[in-house]
Structure formats: structure tokens, C-alpha cells
Design a protein around this ligand. Structure first.
Ligand code: PGA
Length: 258
């Protein structure tokens, strides 16, 4: 059984001092007790990438990521960061297609496809985020919508390339302050659809959106779920460490259903 992915994106939060303190805490924690069966990852703001990389160190069991990267390797793209630059700064994961980027920054299925390809080209793990709005869900189109996003972004990949991709299903209605936690019942069908197509073929199928310490274990119990992608609950290190603990307990219980 491969490890359960448990990671956080800090989104647009944390000063360098705050980033340092969080990363030092994680580093110390992992040095003492490596959670078995769990693959930790952290995705800071660009400004904190090298700081966190330096603290965790190259051999850290926790993978470092960036929240976005351009599909071109270099050039006149003001405000953007390329995959080679991200890799140079210590990143091993590139988050792609988060709903906040789709909504506010013009991310499309086509740009997610280009970015997935760029990440793979440079040996980084694409973390593709997909998810439907409340309106789509209400109309009963969730599974079809997220499959369209995933198929579009992953079109043309070989089985080997696909096996390096992590997919995070994050329903928009469940994300952030305005979101509400999804119930297990609501997630069974979308994960059944994703699992039928991608289970065992990708490196991970994660759930994200209002994950907290009370629902994490239940979410990990959903068939085909092999990890959690977390915002607010993990921004305090204590919350993140507790999530690692919950996932390690889940992995140890042998209930992980890929
Ligand atoms: P949240 O964010 O955990 O704060 O809801 C989740 C996400 O956007 O990945």
C-alpha cells in the first residue's frame, strides 16, 4: 500500500518568520518520529520556498511544493514563476488548477494541461486540483464536471507519466471560510467516478475542502481516497501534526482502500 498524502497549501499567508517557525517545528517533529504510511507535503507562498527548503533539508520526508508555475521554462512572463525556477528553489511538487486560480486568475483546463506537462517534463509531481461549484453540484453534474477537468488536464499522458500525478478533488462549495465541510455521503459518488478512472493509475487521489481534526479520519475512510489536502486546519503546525497523526493511525489500521 502506498503512503497517504497529507499536505497543506498556505495560500497567501505567513511572513518569513511565521514560515520559519512552522517549518522548524515540522523538521523537529519529523526528526523525532517519522509517521509511517504517510507522505507529508507543504506548499508555502513563493517567497517562503527557499526558506522552508533550507529548514527541511533535501532529505526531508516532507515534500516541498509551489502553488502554481508557468508552462514555459523561461521568458517574458511578468509575475510568473517557471517549473525550473521552482525546482531550483527546492520544490518537488507543483500545485495546478486550484479553484481560486481558476476563478480569479484565468486558469483553464488547457492551462492546467500545459502546466501538468511542464511539471512532468522537469521531474516534479503535478498536484492537479479539480472541483465543481455548488451550482453544478445542485444540478447533479459533479462527477461529469470533475472528470472533464481531470481528463482535460491529463490528456495524452502515458501510463508512466500518469503514475507521477497526484489529483486532489476539492469541491468549491467545501473550500475556505465560505465553504462548508462535505459529508462522507456527498463524497462517495465523486470518488467512485474518479476511482473508476484513476485509482491505482495516479500517485494519489486526495480530498480537500474544510478538512478538520473531526472529519479527517472519516474522509480517509472513503473508498479511493488516499490523502488529504488541507488549508486552514494545517496553518497552525499543531493542526498539521495532528492530521499526520490521524493519517498514520489510519494507515496503520490497514483500512486504506486504494
Ligand atoms: P480549506 O482549504 O482547508 O481552508 O478549506 C482547502 C483548499 O483550498 O485546499
Amino acid at each position: 500500500m502506498s503512503a497517504l498524502w497529507v499536505g497543506t497549501s498556505w495560500k497567501m499567508t505567513k511572513t518569513l518568520a511565521e514560515a520559519r517557525s512552522w517549518a522548524e517545528g515540522l523538521h523537529d517533529h519529523l526528526a523525532g518520529a517519522l509517521p509511517t504510511g504517510v507522505q507529508p507535503f507543504v506548499i508555502p507562498s513563493f517567497t517562503a520556498t527557499t526558506t522552508v527548503a533550507g529548514i527541511l533539508g533535501e532529505d526531508s520526508p516532507a515534500l516541498l511544493g509551489v502553488q502554481n508555475a508557468h508552462w514555459e521554462d523561461a521568458g517574458a512572463w511578468t509575475g510568473e514563476v517557471s517549473v525550473p525556477q521552482a525546482k531550483d528553489a527546492g520544490a518537488r511538487i507543483v500545485e495546478i488548477g486550484h479553484s481560486e486560480r481558476r476563478e480569479h486568475f484565468g486558469e483553464t483546463v488547457e492551462t492546467t494541461r500545459l502546466k501538468v506537462a511542464a511539471a512532468l517534463r522537469h521531474g516534479l509531481t503535478p498536484l492537479l486540483c479539480i472541483g465543481e461549484s455548488a451550482e453544478v453540484k445542485k444540478a447533479g453534474g459533479s462527477a461529469e464536471f470533475i472528470l472533464r477537468q481531470a481528463r482535460g488536464a491529463l490528456a495524452g499522458l502515458s501510463d508512466q507519466e500518469l503514475s507521477c500525478v497526484v489529483v486532489a478533488y476539492e469541491p468549491i462549495w467545501a473550500i475556505g471560510e465560505k465553504g462548508r465541510p462535505a459529508t462522507v455521503e456527498e463524497l462517495v459518488e465523486p470518488f467512485a467516478a474518479l476511482g473508476a478512472e484513476y485509482s491505482g493509475r495516479v500517485a494519489g487521489l486526495l480530498y480537500g475542502g474544510s478538512v478538520n481534526l473531526d472529519n479527517a479520519a472519516d474522509l480517509l475512510g472513503i473508498e479511493h481516497v488516499t490523502g488529504l489536502f488541507v488549508g486552514r486546519t494545517a496553518w497552525q503546525l499543531e493542526g498539521y501534526l495532528e492530521l499526520l497523526q490521524i493519517a498514520a493511525a489510519h494507515a496503520g489500521s490497514g483500512q486504506v482502500g486504494g
